[in-house]
Design a protein around this ligand. Structure first.
Ligand code: 3HC
Ligand code: NAI
Length: 652
């Protein structure tokens, strides 16, 4: 329930907005604020007004849930103008985050006071829109054009200290925000009031500045940052009223766009995924010490991620040499952090001090959770879990990071199977956000809840997946690659397929990506299945592998690579090798958008099958898997969103 309350502190009115959870600006808030300005303007006992928020944050922006609907008066730009035009000066008192429309309201106030821990920003581009209530018009007036461009096109909030430095805040204080804001208001009344933001003049910027800004705004891959830039430029070249009209038109235009709908879909999906409703009220187990078995690529990355979240690590390897290598692998990750300036040398040492390496499983006796990341071989994994069953506490959560094996086979014979779960991390595990959580029929609800809690603690995107080959992620990847190969067989050139997916928004197409990661991993998996007697059809990738073409690491795969150069060059060798399998009748799609639409629809079709089989809980989960695991462009919403209801205009 929205509440705007008023109390008087002498001649200063304190208006408190309480609209949980983040004080978003709904229709009721806009109406309430306008009524409050009118009421306080009419009250002769009031000399200044402090606007402060209850709960965890200042206003976090417009209410995103209203964006799919017709805008209703009073519109936010008018509310901001009304606050700025108030006869008594308003002081915004900011804690938490003042974002988007929340920060625009603060800029309508004559002064802004914030706690040192607060952040302010214009994140609208992350929702496929631009600031719609003077963010592109008032921000450059207060902070200068360059700062405004960074804030509105980059979408990243800045600290209170930076905002103060830029002129967006008037005072930053340590605590007791309300008292400090009241004091500030009282003192401000004794001096000349500054100009309202709308009246601060703006200087045009040189063309070179706009060109450079265009280049960096274009990197996002979708239109909102470029449109925000255009609005700021317009604001520097026209008067306030014209700039506001231009901003409003652009805002409404984008608000109705497919990209904004997609980004809103992702926004809500990302907030829902880490806290599934079925786990409401289920207490996760406490995880303070994590055992990792296997300190290779994945084990080291998982160890680093858990350590970064403050957990202690016990690393188990096969022999002393492997322990030393595993410890080095983890250290390399932290050293990388030091090189990039993210960690100090002392931080690195502290991280490593919390990692104990051993060959003795008895070191896992006190672990709250153990994650296995040894070779992808059922015999090796079973042997590991046999020992874990013997050495670990009966309530320790035991997890496997298997990519393709059936977790039920791995856990066969494990005592207390209710504590077993699949936790499928992605490489590099300390960076990639996706975490597939794979319960078995035996997994206890609190163990599943612990998987999600770990995901949240590691700042990952935890998604529940059922048991099938490749879970959600690798199963869709396999189908995507197979369909890309099918297009090649129909005569569509490999570079055209990659270019189509890049044009769509992926950083890389399916063949470039395989060359980068290596064709050998999937090949070995197919060969293993063939050896086990399964019928796995020969793929074009197999033909390349049998010719020794593993990708970049062998100087060629789908493409050729010149020495030391990662630029893919179309390959005559590949063309010759695949020629017997390629039809010359040109039946495949020839236009890039059609190629991309076809491949995205293929992912969605596999997603549909996955949903029907109960492997995924919701289409949103599939979209998040593709966005966070495989670089699917956020502004397309994921394959399920992009392919929804195509007949009524939802474009892929
Ligand atoms: N509108 C509606 N609901 C919102 C919201 C918004 N702007 N921002 C957050 N919420 C909801 C979330 O959906 C979530 O709901 P749930 O509990 O039902 O899942 C709840 O608030 C809490 O959100 P988080 O889980 O994200 O909470 P955190 O504490 O981790 O983060 C936050 C808080 C930093 C404010 C973060 O929620 C956030 O970044 N919100 C979006 C801010 C934003 O994009 N503002 C701009 C909006 S567009 C705008 O203002 C246009 C204007 O220029 C005209
Ligand atoms: P890796 O070969 O880099 O590391 C495996 C490590 O396990 C080695 O250091 C090895 O010494 C150790 N090991 C082997 N047997 C052991 C035993 N009995 N006890 C203790 N340590 C033992 O392999 P990688 O890539 O880290 O893969 C590990 C697991 O993670 C596999 O199941 C793999 O399928 C899975 N995975 C791999 C991904 C990847 O991209 N590499 C992604 C997601 C999952």
């Amino acid at each position: 329930m929205t509440r705007l309350t008023l109390r008087m502190d002498g001649d200063i009115a304190v208006v408190t907005l309480d609209n949980p959870p983040v004080n978003a600006i709904s229709e009721a808030v806009r109406k309430g604020l306008v009524e409050m300005v009118d009421r306080l303007d009419a009250d002769d006992t009031v000399r200044a007004v402090v606007l402060i928020c209850a709960g965890r944050t200042f206003i976090a922006g417009a209410d995103v849930r209203e964006f799919g609907k017709t805008p209703v008066e009073p519109h936010l730009p008018d509310v901001v103008d009304r606050i700025e035009a108030a006869q008594k000066p308003w002081v915004a008192a900011i804690h938490g985050t003042a974002l988007g429309g929340g920060f625009e309201i603060a800029m309508g106030c004559r002064f802004r006071v914030a706690l040192g821990s607060a952040k302010v920003g214009l994140p609208e581009v992350n929702l496929g829109i631009i600031p719609g209530a003077s963010g592109t018009v008032r921000t450059p007036r207060l902070a200068g054009v360059e700062f405004a461009v960074d804030l509105a096109t980059g979408g990243k909030p800045v600290s209170a200290a930076r905002a103060l430095d830029a002129g967006l805040l008037d005072l930053v204080i340590g605590n007791d925000l309300e008292a400090a804001a009241i004091d500030f208001a009282r003192q401000a009344l004794d001096a000349d009031l500054p100009q309202p933001a709308s009246q601060i003049p703006l200087e045009p910027m040189p063309d070179a500045f706009w060109q450079a800004s265009r280049t960096s705004a274009a990197e996002a891959g979708h239109q909102a940052p470029l449109r925000a830039l255009d609005c700021i430029r317009f604001a520097t070249e026209h008067d306030f009223a014209a700039a506001m009209a231009h901003e409003r038109k652009t805002f409404l235009d984008l608000r109705a766009s497919e990209e904004a709908a997609a980004l809103r879909h992702v926004f809500f999906a990302e907030r829902a995924a880490p806290k599934p409703e079925v786990l409401t009220g289920v207490e996760p187990r406490q995880i303070k010490t994590v055992g990792i078995v296997g300190g290779g690529t994945m084990g080291a990355g998982i160890a680093a991620a858990c350590r970064e979240a403050g957990m202690r690590i016990v690393l188990i390897e096969r022999d002393d040499e492997a322990v030393a290598r595993g410890m080095q692998n983890i250290d390399k990750i932290f050293t990388g952090g030091v090189k990039r300036g993210k960690l100090s040398e002392a931080d690195r040492a502290d991280r490593m001090a919390g990692v104990q390496g051993s060959t003795d499983y008895a070191a896992l006796a006190q672990a709250d959770m153990v994650i296995e990341a040894v070779f992808e071989e059922i015999g090796v994994k079973r042997a590991v879990f046999e020992r874990l069953g013997h050495f670990c506490r009966a309530d320790a959560v035991l997890a496997t990071n298997t990519s393709y094996l059936d977790p039920r086979d791995i856990a066969t014979g494990l005592p207390h199977p209710e504590r077993f779960i699949g936790l499928h991390f992605f490489s590099p595990a300390h960076i990639m956000k996706l975490l597939e959580i794979v319960p078995t029929p035996d997994t206890a609800p609190d163990v599943l809840a612990t998987g999600f809690a770990l995901g949240r603690a590691l700042k990952k995107m935890p998604i529940q997946a059922g048991i099938c080959e490749g879970f959600i992620s690798n199963r869709i990847l396999k189908r995507y690659r197979a369909e890309a190969e099918a297009l090649v067989k129909k005569g569509v050139p490999i570079p055209e397929i990659d270019a189509a997916m890049r044009d769509y928004g992926f950083k890389m197409g399916p063949f470039e990506a395989q060359d980068l990661g290596g064709l050998d991993i999937a090949f070995l998996q197919r060969e293993g299945a063939r050896d086990a007697g399964q019928k796995v059809p020969e793929t074009l990738g197999d033909i390349l592998m049998r010719a020794g073409r593993k990708g970049q690491k062998t100087g060629g795969g789908w493409y050729d690579y010149a020495d030391g150069d990662r630029t893919p060059q179309p390959s005559d060798t590949t063309t010759a090798l695949l020629a017997p399998h390629v039809s010359a009748d040109g039946q495949g799609p020839s236009l890039r958008p059609d190629i991309a639409r076809h491949l995205v629809a293929t992912m969605a079709a596999e997603g549909e099958a996955i949903l029907n089989e109960g492997i995924a809980q919701a289409p949103e989960d599939i979209d998040l898997v593709e966005i966070h695991g495989y670089g699917f462009p956020r502004w397309k919403g994921g394959p399920m969103f992009a392919s929804r209801d195509r007949a009524s205009g939802g474009a892929a």
